[in-house]
Every structure is written in structure tokens, then in C-alpha cells.
Design a protein. Structure first.
Length: 384
């Protein structure tokens, strides 16, 4: 399968997994346009794209500020929030954990683990099951979590700075009569938020909630670690089970009444949530948003902040596709293809797909240009 046909195959799968309908011959029309020597009629194609009710940044901030003033605002954060502090991405975490399972010299193990993840791109759940099996110990039931914790903080930089984290902590502070956050849901195992709150030396009551039976104190800001919690210090127990393991993921997926599912459903149904540094690709999160939507009274939306696709990145990728597929994109076709217009079209179609999909889950998309500074500015405007 060549790059071009693989692209359309992947695009078709993406469209079929979302909740909006397109004309049956939609992909065929796009493919036919690319293979034709005629100039692509982008205006005609765009008319067939699903329309979305776009949310401007000022409108989103207005609604989020209103929710914050009513103490109904929840932050929902993912890996993007912890990344500036050296907390590894999934790929790097997998590589480092694989190192511990390879019976090779350290030099060989490093290369093999990197090549394996790049070459085969293993499923997170399959890899998690393999790693748990490989790193488990009958004498120590929590060896897997301990190994993950050790790997998680190997490159932790406590002196790193993040405008986003600074603003999150300021939202948590709520000085004087300022409104409080309703809570924070985090899909991260780390305790970076808790650490940064402590470093401010302010009287901010908060509580990490990460297991069955841990009841949040009504007087404290609850930080829900719904995928597990591995703090830098302290003992690790069965309460610290993490969702990296397929067994735990299956338990969460099958048991709708698990504490972490109930927390998310309640917040998604009754409160206003702002998603930061995360996507909506996790099947369980999508399912919980669907359940919450079905139980909602009225049509209130959550918000997710996403960085716009880079024109330079799209330009490089498009040029590579054109250059690598000479049998389809020959010079005659290229001559009829307005390169800059094509880039704008591809970005627009990607944005509309993501907007429409998020909207079907009850989430509006707020597009930004610069990740750290733009998100920090939005958070600042919410609390001011």
C-alpha cells in the first residue's frame, strides 16, 4: 500500500469512527480530484464538509469565567501539562521500561528498545500487559508500579518552568473571596501539580484522590488521579494501580460504577470542564462523555484547547507525499495543484473533523497558535 492510498484508508477509518455523516462518495471525490489533472475545486469540496458551530476564544473564556465564578469549573489535564518538567511521553516511558526487560548490554538495550517502538508502534494496552507480566514479582505485588514510578521521574526537572502550571496553581490558590475551582481531573500518574502547589508556600488545602475509599474533603481542592497515582515519595500500595496495565483498563471499562468512572461522569454531567494537554481519543473517556451527555439537563458544553496544525509541518508532509508518489502526483498534476491553497484546505478539513467529533461529545474546541503562552493567557483571563 503506498502512502497516498494508506492516507485515504486511515482517513476513512477516522471518519467511520466519528459521529457525523458524510456523503458516501466523499473520499472517492477527493481521491479522484487528486488523481485528475484538473485543478481541485476546493470550494466545492469544502461545501460537503460537516459544518461546526465554532467557539471563538472570547466566547469560550466568557463561559469558562462564568463557570469559575459559580465554582463549577473543573480542569481536566493530560500529559501535555507535565511534559515541561521532563515527565516522559508514552513512547519514551515505554522505551525506558522495555530497557528493564531486555537481556542485553545497556548499549544494545537502549538501541533495541528505541528501534522496537519506532518500528512496530505497539499498542499501549498490549505493551502495558507485556511489561506488567515481565516486571511483576510474586514477592512484591507492586513491583510494576514501583518500576514505572522510578522511570517516570528519572528525568524530572524540578527547576523547569511552565506558564501553564503557574496559572493552574494560581487558579487553585483562590485568595480572599475569589472563587475556587470545583476540582481537577488528571490522567497523569505524576504529582507535579501537588508539588507546585506546595512550593508556593500558600495555605491551599488540597487532596490527592486516587483509589477506592479515598473520600475527598469538602474543604479541600480534590485532585483526582483517575488513571492512577505514583507520587515521587511515599509507599506504593494496591491503591496506586495504574491504567497502563490492561487488567486495570479492562476493570475500568467493564465496571461503570468504579470510583474513577463515577467521578468523571458526575463532573462531565454536572460541571463545566476545560481539557488541557489531552485529547479525546481514549475510548473510555469518550464513553463517559457520551453517558454524561445522555444524562445532562440542557445543552451545556465543555471546552478543549488544541494547537492549530503548523503550516510548515503540513507543507513538509505534503511536499514529501508529492515527491514520493510520482506515479500519481506527476509533474502535470503538480502544475495544476495550488500548493498553498492545498495546505489551507488540508488544515481546514482536519480542524473541521476534530471540531465536529469533539462537539458530538459535548466539547467545544478552542484553537491556539502557541501552546504554553496561549493556554496560560486563557487561564489567566478566566481567573481575573
Amino acid at each position: 500500500m503506498n502512502i497516498e492510498s494508506e492516507y485515504y484508508d486511515n482517513l476513512s477509518k477516522f471518519i467511520s469512527s466519528t459521529k457525523f455523516n458524510l456523503p458516501e462518495d466523499y473520499l472517492d471525490r477527493i481521491l479522484e480530484s487528486f488523481q485528475s489533472i484538473q485543478k481541485i475545486d476546493f470550494e466545492s469540496v469544502l461545501k460537503n464538509l460537516p459544518t461546526t458551530r465554532k467557539s471563538t476564544t472570547p466566547t469560550a473564556i466568557k463561559n469558562l469565567k462564568k463557570a469559575h465564578e459559580a465554582e463549577n469549573l473543573n480542569l481536566v489535564v493530560g500529559a501535555g501539562v507535565s511534559k515541561p518538567y521532563g515527565i516522559p511521553t508514552w513512547d519514551y516511558l515505554l522505551q525506558r521500561l522495555l530497557l528493564k526487560t531486555l537481556e542485553e548490554t545497556p548499549e544494545k538495550a537502549v538501541v533495541l528498545s528505541k528501534v522496537f517502538t519506532k518500528l512496530f508502534n505497539p499498542s499501549p494496552l498490549i505493551a502495558g500487559r507485556y511489561l506488567q507480566e515481565s516486571l511483576s514479582d510474586l514477592k512484591d505485588k507492586n513491583r510494576f508500579e514501583k518500576e514505572v514510578r522510578r522511570t517516570l521521574y528519572e528525568s524530572f526537572d524540578k527547576n523547569a518552568s511552565s506558564q501553564i502550571m503557574d496559572e493552574i496553581v494560581k487558579l487553585c490558590a483562590a485568595p480572599g473571596n475569589s472563587p475556587n475551582l470545583d476540582g481537577i481531573i488528571t490522567y497523569n500518574y505524576d504529582d507535579i501539580i501537588e508539588t507546585k502547589i506546595r512550593e508556593k508556600n500558600m495555605d491551599i488545602p488540597f487532596q490527592s484522590v486516587y483509589g477506592q475509599g479515598i473520600d475527598p474533603d469538602n474543604r479541600a481542592l480534590a485532585i483526582y488521579h483517575v488513571h492512577g497515582f505514583l507520587p515521587q515519595e511515599g509507599a506504593i500500595s494496591e491503591l496506586n494501580n495504574i491504567t497502563l496495565s490492561e487488567y486495570v483498563y479492562h476493570e475500568q471499562y467493564s465496571n461503570i460504577y468504579s470510583w474513577n468512572n463515577i467521578v468523571q461522569i458526575n463532573k462531565f454531567r454536572d460541571k463545566t470542564c476545560l481539557f488541557i494537554g489531552t485529547s479525546l481519543s481514549d475510548p473510555n473517556i469518550r464513553r463517559l462523555l457520551d453517558i454524561a451527555n445522555s444524562q445532562k439537563k440542557g445543552r451545556k458544553f465543555h471546552y478543549i484547547i488544541k494547537k492549530k496544525p503548523s503550516r510548515s509541518w503540513v507543507s513538509k508532509r505534503l511536499k514529501k507525499i508529492l515527491d514520493d508518489n510520482s506515479e500519481i502526483f506527476n509533474e502535470k498534476v503538480k502544475a495544476k495543484l495550488d500548493f498553498e491553497e492545498t495546505i489551507d484546505f488540508l488544515i481546514e478539513i482536519q480542524n473541521r473533523f476534530e471540531e465536529k467529533d469533539s462537539e458530538s461529545l459535548g466539547v467545544k474546541t478552542v484553537w491556539i497558535d502557541e501552546y504554553d503562552s496561549d493556554i496560560a493567557n486563557i487561564l489567566k483571563r478566566i481567573r481575573e
